[in-house]
Design a protein around this ligand. Structure first.
Ligand SMILES: [Zn+2]
Length: 321
Protein backbone atom coordinates (compact mmCIF):
# COMPACT_ATOMS: atom_id res chain seq x y z
CA UNK A 1 0.00 0.00 0.00
CA UNK A 2 1.37 3.40 -0.98
CA UNK A 3 1.12 5.99 1.79
CA UNK A 4 -0.32 9.16 0.28
CA UNK A 5 1.20 12.44 1.51
CA UNK A 6 -2.01 14.37 2.17
CA UNK A 7 -2.14 17.70 4.00
CA UNK A 8 -2.15 17.33 7.81
CA UNK A 9 -0.34 13.98 7.63
CA UNK A 10 3.43 13.50 7.79
CA UNK A 11 4.21 15.08 11.16
CA UNK A 12 7.96 14.93 11.72
CA UNK A 13 7.83 14.83 15.54
CA UNK A 14 8.35 11.60 17.47
CA UNK A 15 5.28 11.38 19.75
CA UNK A 16 7.39 9.47 22.33
CA UNK A 17 4.29 7.49 23.31
CA UNK A 18 6.00 5.32 25.93
CA UNK A 19 8.21 8.01 27.53
CA UNK A 20 5.44 10.61 27.90
CA UNK A 21 3.47 8.26 30.19
CA UNK A 22 6.25 8.17 32.82
CA UNK A 23 5.48 10.40 35.83
CA UNK A 24 7.28 13.75 35.61
CA UNK A 25 8.82 13.07 32.18
CA UNK A 26 6.97 15.74 30.19
CA UNK A 27 7.54 18.34 32.98
CA UNK A 28 11.29 17.60 32.71
CA UNK A 29 11.13 18.05 28.94
CA UNK A 30 9.38 21.39 29.41
CA UNK A 31 12.20 22.66 31.63
CA UNK A 32 14.85 21.97 28.94
CA UNK A 33 16.12 25.22 27.47
CA UNK A 34 15.46 23.98 23.91
CA UNK A 35 11.75 23.38 24.62
CA UNK A 36 9.44 25.12 22.11
CA UNK A 37 5.86 26.14 22.75
CA UNK A 38 3.22 26.29 20.00
CA UNK A 39 0.71 28.94 21.12
CA UNK A 40 -2.93 28.66 20.06
CA UNK A 41 -5.60 31.30 20.51
CA UNK A 42 -9.11 29.88 20.13
CA UNK A 43 -7.71 27.19 17.81
CA UNK A 44 -5.84 29.71 15.69
CA UNK A 45 -2.06 29.58 15.29
CA UNK A 46 0.52 32.32 15.09
CA UNK A 47 2.09 32.39 11.63
CA UNK A 48 4.83 34.68 10.37
CA UNK A 49 4.91 36.59 7.06
CA UNK A 50 1.83 34.98 5.61
CA UNK A 51 1.44 37.58 2.88
CA UNK A 52 4.80 37.27 1.15
CA UNK A 53 5.65 34.75 -1.55
CA UNK A 54 7.71 32.66 0.87
CA UNK A 55 6.17 29.69 2.67
CA UNK A 56 4.55 30.93 5.90
CA UNK A 57 6.20 29.69 9.12
CA UNK A 58 4.56 28.47 12.29
CA UNK A 59 5.65 30.66 15.24
CA UNK A 60 6.90 28.89 18.37
CA UNK A 61 8.06 30.40 21.69
CA UNK A 62 10.61 29.58 24.37
CA UNK A 63 9.10 28.79 27.77
CA UNK A 64 10.26 32.23 29.03
CA UNK A 65 8.56 33.99 26.10
CA UNK A 66 5.39 31.96 26.63
CA UNK A 67 5.30 32.83 30.36
CA UNK A 68 5.95 36.51 29.65
CA UNK A 69 2.91 36.57 27.36
CA UNK A 70 0.67 34.39 29.51
CA UNK A 71 1.87 34.13 33.16
CA UNK A 72 -0.67 31.40 33.97
CA UNK A 73 0.19 28.96 31.20
CA UNK A 74 -2.02 26.16 32.51
CA UNK A 75 -1.55 22.61 31.28
CA UNK A 76 0.59 22.24 28.23
CA UNK A 77 0.23 19.35 25.81
CA UNK A 78 3.40 17.50 24.89
CA UNK A 79 3.41 17.10 21.09
CA UNK A 80 6.69 15.30 20.46
CA UNK A 81 10.44 15.46 19.95
CA UNK A 82 12.00 16.71 16.73
CA UNK A 83 14.99 15.00 15.12
CA UNK A 84 17.41 16.87 17.39
CA UNK A 85 15.37 15.69 20.43
CA UNK A 86 13.95 19.18 20.92
CA UNK A 87 10.58 18.91 22.73
CA UNK A 88 7.48 20.70 21.37
CA UNK A 89 4.39 21.59 23.42
CA UNK A 90 1.04 23.21 22.65
CA UNK A 91 -0.32 25.93 24.96
CA UNK A 92 -3.75 27.52 25.09
CA UNK A 93 -3.54 31.34 24.97
CA UNK A 94 -7.31 31.75 24.60
CA UNK A 95 -7.69 33.83 27.79
CA UNK A 96 -5.62 36.65 26.21
CA UNK A 97 -7.29 39.31 24.10
CA UNK A 98 -7.02 38.75 20.35
CA UNK A 99 -4.62 41.67 19.96
CA UNK A 100 -2.39 40.49 22.84
CA UNK A 101 -2.31 36.96 21.44
CA UNK A 102 -1.57 38.25 17.95
CA UNK A 103 1.37 40.40 19.10
CA UNK A 104 3.25 37.85 21.22
CA UNK A 105 5.98 38.07 18.57
CA UNK A 106 6.57 40.76 15.94
CA UNK A 107 5.63 40.23 12.29
CA UNK A 108 3.16 37.48 12.85
CA UNK A 109 -0.59 37.04 12.74
CA UNK A 110 -3.24 34.65 14.01
CA UNK A 111 -4.52 32.30 11.34
CA UNK A 112 -7.10 29.57 11.26
CA UNK A 113 -5.61 26.38 9.87
CA UNK A 114 -8.51 26.15 7.44
CA UNK A 115 -7.27 29.36 5.82
CA UNK A 116 -3.49 28.96 5.99
CA UNK A 117 -3.15 25.14 5.94
CA UNK A 118 -2.80 24.70 2.16
CA UNK A 119 0.12 27.19 2.09
CA UNK A 120 2.14 25.71 4.95
CA UNK A 121 5.02 23.26 4.90
CA UNK A 122 3.54 19.76 5.31
CA UNK A 123 5.31 18.93 8.58
CA UNK A 124 4.23 22.21 10.17
CA UNK A 125 0.66 21.91 8.90
CA UNK A 126 0.41 18.44 10.47
CA UNK A 127 1.77 19.73 13.79
CA UNK A 128 -0.82 22.52 13.66
CA UNK A 129 -3.59 19.99 12.98
CA UNK A 130 -2.40 17.80 15.84
CA UNK A 131 -2.11 20.67 18.37
CA UNK A 132 -5.49 22.05 17.39
CA UNK A 133 -7.22 18.68 17.78
CA UNK A 134 -5.55 18.10 21.18
CA UNK A 135 -6.56 21.49 22.60
CA UNK A 136 -10.10 21.00 21.32
CA UNK A 137 -10.25 17.62 23.07
CA UNK A 138 -9.00 19.13 26.38
CA UNK A 139 -11.48 21.97 26.26
CA UNK A 140 -14.39 19.55 25.74
CA UNK A 141 -13.40 17.01 28.42
CA UNK A 142 -13.07 19.17 31.52
CA UNK A 143 -15.77 17.12 33.25
CA UNK A 144 -16.12 13.39 33.65
CA UNK A 145 -18.70 11.77 31.35
CA UNK A 146 -19.44 9.13 34.00
CA UNK A 147 -19.93 11.18 37.20
CA UNK A 148 -19.72 14.84 36.13
CA UNK A 149 -16.73 15.71 38.38
CA UNK A 150 -13.81 17.87 37.35
CA UNK A 151 -11.02 16.19 35.35
CA UNK A 152 -7.30 17.05 35.24
CA UNK A 153 -4.65 16.63 32.56
CA UNK A 154 -2.12 13.79 32.99
CA UNK A 155 0.70 12.14 30.97
CA UNK A 156 1.77 15.30 29.20
CA UNK A 157 -1.82 16.01 28.18
CA UNK A 158 -2.52 12.60 26.64
CA UNK A 159 -5.02 11.54 29.28
CA UNK A 160 -7.48 13.29 31.58
CA UNK A 161 -8.40 11.81 34.92
CA UNK A 162 -11.60 12.27 36.92
CA UNK A 163 -10.78 13.86 40.29
CA UNK A 164 -13.62 12.12 42.13
CA UNK A 165 -11.88 9.43 44.27
CA UNK A 166 -14.85 7.09 43.93
CA UNK A 167 -14.70 7.32 40.12
CA UNK A 168 -11.19 8.11 38.85
CA UNK A 169 -12.16 7.47 35.21
CA UNK A 170 -9.32 7.84 32.71
CA UNK A 171 -10.31 9.65 29.51
CA UNK A 172 -8.19 9.42 26.36
CA UNK A 173 -8.17 11.63 23.24
CA UNK A 174 -10.53 10.39 20.55
CA UNK A 175 -11.00 11.10 16.90
CA UNK A 176 -14.32 10.62 15.10
CA UNK A 177 -14.19 8.52 11.92
CA UNK A 178 -15.99 9.88 8.89
CA UNK A 179 -16.06 8.36 5.41
CA UNK A 180 -15.78 10.21 2.12
CA UNK A 181 -16.45 8.56 -1.22
CA UNK A 182 -15.98 9.17 -4.89
CA UNK A 183 -18.69 7.20 -6.69
CA UNK A 184 -18.00 6.32 -10.31
CA UNK A 185 -20.38 4.91 -12.88
CA UNK A 186 -20.00 1.62 -14.73
CA UNK A 187 -19.62 3.07 -18.22
CA UNK A 188 -21.28 1.14 -21.04
CA UNK A 189 -19.02 0.55 -24.08
CA UNK A 190 -18.34 3.94 -25.69
CA UNK A 191 -19.74 5.88 -22.73
CA UNK A 192 -17.55 8.35 -20.78
CA UNK A 193 -16.61 7.63 -17.17
CA UNK A 194 -18.66 9.79 -14.78
CA UNK A 195 -18.44 10.58 -11.10
CA UNK A 196 -21.07 11.63 -8.58
CA UNK A 197 -20.47 14.96 -6.81
CA UNK A 198 -22.67 17.06 -4.60
CA UNK A 199 -23.01 20.65 -3.47
CA UNK A 200 -23.56 21.00 0.26
CA UNK A 201 -25.20 24.08 1.74
CA UNK A 202 -22.02 24.58 3.81
CA UNK A 203 -19.79 24.93 0.72
CA UNK A 204 -19.26 28.09 -1.35
CA UNK A 205 -21.43 28.48 -4.44
CA UNK A 206 -20.31 26.19 -7.28
CA UNK A 207 -18.03 23.92 -5.20
CA UNK A 208 -18.93 20.27 -5.85
CA UNK A 209 -17.41 17.61 -3.63
CA UNK A 210 -17.43 13.90 -2.93
CA UNK A 211 -20.11 12.54 -0.56
CA UNK A 212 -19.21 12.20 3.12
CA UNK A 213 -20.70 11.29 6.47
CA UNK A 214 -19.99 10.09 10.00
CA UNK A 215 -19.67 6.45 10.94
CA UNK A 216 -22.48 5.31 13.22
CA UNK A 217 -22.00 2.88 16.11
CA UNK A 218 -22.35 -0.73 15.05
CA UNK A 219 -21.33 -0.10 11.44
CA UNK A 220 -18.20 -0.97 9.43
CA UNK A 221 -16.59 1.78 7.36
CA UNK A 222 -17.67 0.05 4.12
CA UNK A 223 -21.25 -0.16 5.39
CA UNK A 224 -21.15 3.56 6.16
CA UNK A 225 -20.08 4.26 2.56
CA UNK A 226 -23.04 2.28 1.17
CA UNK A 227 -25.53 3.87 3.61
CA UNK A 228 -24.31 7.48 3.29
CA UNK A 229 -24.19 7.46 -0.52
CA UNK A 230 -27.71 6.03 -0.71
CA UNK A 231 -29.06 8.45 1.93
CA UNK A 232 -27.53 11.53 0.32
CA UNK A 233 -28.00 10.71 -3.36
CA UNK A 234 -30.29 7.68 -3.73
CA UNK A 235 -27.49 5.88 -5.63
CA UNK A 236 -26.75 2.28 -4.61
CA UNK A 237 -23.03 1.36 -4.64
CA UNK A 238 -20.82 -1.69 -4.33
CA UNK A 239 -17.10 -2.44 -4.89
CA UNK A 240 -16.09 -0.15 -2.03
CA UNK A 241 -12.33 0.32 -2.24
CA UNK A 242 -10.11 2.04 0.38
CA UNK A 243 -8.01 4.90 -1.00
CA UNK A 244 -6.38 6.94 1.83
CA UNK A 245 -7.08 8.70 5.13
CA UNK A 246 -6.49 12.17 6.52
CA UNK A 247 -6.71 13.76 9.97
CA UNK A 248 -9.29 16.54 9.76
CA UNK A 249 -9.16 18.55 12.99
CA UNK A 250 -12.23 20.69 12.28
CA UNK A 251 -12.83 19.85 15.06
CA UNK A 252 -11.80 16.24 15.64
CA UNK A 253 -12.21 13.79 12.77
CA UNK A 254 -10.32 11.39 10.63
CA UNK A 255 -11.57 11.19 7.07
CA UNK A 256 -11.36 7.70 5.56
CA UNK A 257 -11.59 7.88 1.77
CA UNK A 258 -13.06 5.31 -0.60
CA UNK A 259 -13.94 4.86 -4.22
CA UNK A 260 -17.14 2.98 -4.95
CA UNK A 261 -18.95 1.85 -8.11
CA UNK A 262 -22.60 2.66 -8.76
CA UNK A 263 -25.11 -0.17 -9.21
CA UNK A 264 -27.88 2.35 -9.92
CA UNK A 265 -27.69 5.85 -11.38
CA UNK A 266 -31.00 7.60 -10.58
CA UNK A 267 -30.51 10.49 -8.11
CA UNK A 268 -32.74 11.40 -5.16
CA UNK A 269 -31.22 14.27 -3.18
CA UNK A 270 -31.25 14.42 0.62
CA UNK A 271 -32.28 18.07 0.77
CA UNK A 272 -31.32 18.51 4.42
CA UNK A 273 -27.67 17.85 3.59
CA UNK A 274 -27.23 18.82 -0.04
CA UNK A 275 -28.83 21.19 -2.46
CA UNK A 276 -27.56 19.41 -5.57
CA UNK A 277 -26.05 16.07 -6.61
CA UNK A 278 -25.08 15.32 -10.20
CA UNK A 279 -23.18 12.94 -12.41
CA UNK A 280 -20.28 14.78 -14.05
CA UNK A 281 -18.40 13.37 -17.03
CA UNK A 282 -14.60 13.22 -17.12
CA UNK A 283 -14.60 16.12 -19.55
CA UNK A 284 -16.85 18.24 -17.32
CA UNK A 285 -14.69 17.66 -14.21
CA UNK A 286 -11.57 18.58 -16.21
CA UNK A 287 -13.21 21.96 -16.89
CA UNK A 288 -13.94 22.68 -13.18
CA UNK A 289 -12.42 25.90 -11.85
CA UNK A 290 -10.11 26.17 -8.86
CA UNK A 291 -11.66 26.25 -5.38
CA UNK A 292 -11.26 30.03 -5.02
CA UNK A 293 -12.30 30.95 -8.56
CA UNK A 294 -15.62 32.70 -8.02
CA UNK A 295 -16.14 33.18 -11.74
CA UNK A 296 -16.28 29.43 -12.43
CA UNK A 297 -19.72 27.81 -12.63
CA UNK A 298 -18.37 24.57 -11.12
CA UNK A 299 -15.39 24.45 -8.76
CA UNK A 300 -13.14 21.75 -7.28
CA UNK A 301 -13.02 20.96 -3.54
CA UNK A 302 -10.39 22.82 -1.49
CA UNK A 303 -6.81 21.81 -2.32
CA UNK A 304 -5.90 20.55 1.20
CA UNK A 305 -8.89 18.20 1.39
CA UNK A 306 -9.05 14.48 0.81
CA UNK A 307 -12.08 15.17 -1.41
CA UNK A 308 -9.68 16.91 -3.80
CA UNK A 309 -7.31 13.95 -3.63
CA UNK A 310 -10.20 11.63 -4.58
CA UNK A 311 -11.17 13.79 -7.56
CA UNK A 312 -7.53 14.22 -8.68
CA UNK A 313 -6.76 10.51 -8.45
CA UNK A 314 -9.92 9.68 -10.43
CA UNK A 315 -8.85 12.15 -13.16
CA UNK A 316 -5.33 10.70 -13.18
CA UNK A 317 -6.63 7.14 -13.51
CA UNK A 318 -8.55 8.19 -16.62
CA UNK A 319 -5.79 10.41 -18.09
CA UNK A 320 -5.64 10.09 -21.86
CA UNK A 321 -9.28 8.99 -22.21
ZN1 LIG B 1 -15.85 10.57 37.24
Amino acid sequence: MTIVALNYTGMQLDRAGAARNAPGWSEQQLQRKEARIVPLWRYQHLVSHPDTQATPKLVTLSLAEARAAQPNLGDLVFLGLCEQEQPFFAADFSSLSESDAGSVKPDCELYDLRRIGPLMDQGEASMMAYSRAMLYWHRHHRFCGRCGSHTESRRGGHMRQCMNDKCGKEIYPRTDPAIITLVENRPAPGEQPKCLLGHSKRLPQGVYSTLAGFVEPGESLEETVVREVEEESGVVVDQVKYMASQPWPFPGSIMVAYRATAKTTAITIDEEELDDVRWFSLEEVRQFGEWEDETAEFRLPRPDSIARFLVNSWLQDHAGK
